[in-house]
Design a protein around this ligand. Sequence first.
Ligand code: SF4
Length: 285
Amino acid sequence: MKDKKIEKAEHLGTCFGVERALEITYNALEDNKNIYCYGDLIHNNDVKKELEEKGLVVLNHTSSIKKDKSHKIIFRSHGVGKEIYAQAKEKGMEVIDATCPKVKKIHKIVQDCYNNGYKIILFGNKEHPEIIGIKGWCNNKALIFEDINDFKAYENKVTNTKFCVVFQTTYNLNKFKKIKKYFEKYENIRFHNTICSATFQRQNSCRELAKKFDTMMVIGGKHSSNTRKLYEISKEFCDDTFWIENKSEIPYDYIKSSKNIGITAGASTPLIIIEEVIECLKKIK
Ligand code: SF4
C-alpha cells in the first residue's frame, strides 16, 4: 500500500515567546525546587505535568504564600500587571520574568501613555491573561473592546480627547484593519499595531494546508485559544479536521483510510509532541 502523504504547516507549534518562557523555567528548575508560576506556563497538559514533577507550583494569586526570601516566582509569557510585581516584592519573592518581550513592549506603551494623560483602549479578549496583565499597567483603567462594533456601541460615552490604542498580540488581522480605518477620524491618537506575526503566520500556513489536504490534525491543548482558532480555520476548508492533544488521541480507525494528512499545532505545543504524532501517523497502514 502506498505510504500516506504527511505534511507539516510551514509555521506551527511553539512561538519564540513560549520557547523562551519554557527555557527560562527549565533552567530555573535545574537549580531550585518548588518554584511558583503565576498561572499555567503553557496550555499543554503533557508539559504541565512534566514541569510539576520537576517542582513547579502553579498559583493564581500570591495571598497563600508566606513571606520568604527563598521563594521564586515565574511570570509566564502572557505577562502580568504592575500590581503582581508589587505583591511578589512584598512577599520577598524573587521574580523570574518570562514575559514575552513583545508583551513587555505593550506594557511600556500603555504605562507611558497612561502617565501622559492618554486614555488606553485595548482590543482583545477581556478574560485573557494577557489583557488582564496589560490593563495592570494603566491602573486597570483601560477600556476593553472585542471589536469595532463593540467600540461603536460605547463611543458616545467617550469623553477623553487623547487615546492610545493597542491590541492583544493574538488579535485578528482583518478586524485590526477595520479598526485602524475607523480610528483615522480621531486626531489625538497613538495607534500601535501590537499584533504578533507568530499568530497570523500560523493561521495562514494552517489555511493553506487545509485547502490542499483531505485530513488535518491540529495538535494542541484543549484550553489553548490559539489552537481553537487553528482548528476553526482548518475546519472551514477541510471537513475532516481533528483536534488532538497528543499521539494518544489520534483517531486511528479514521486515519487508516486517509491518504494525505496535514499537520499544524498551537503556539504552546512543543516540537517533540508534534514529532511523536507524525511518527505514529506514519505507522498507521
Ligand atoms: S504569540 Fe507572539 S507575543 Fe505571544 S508569546 Fe508568542 S511570540 Fe510572544
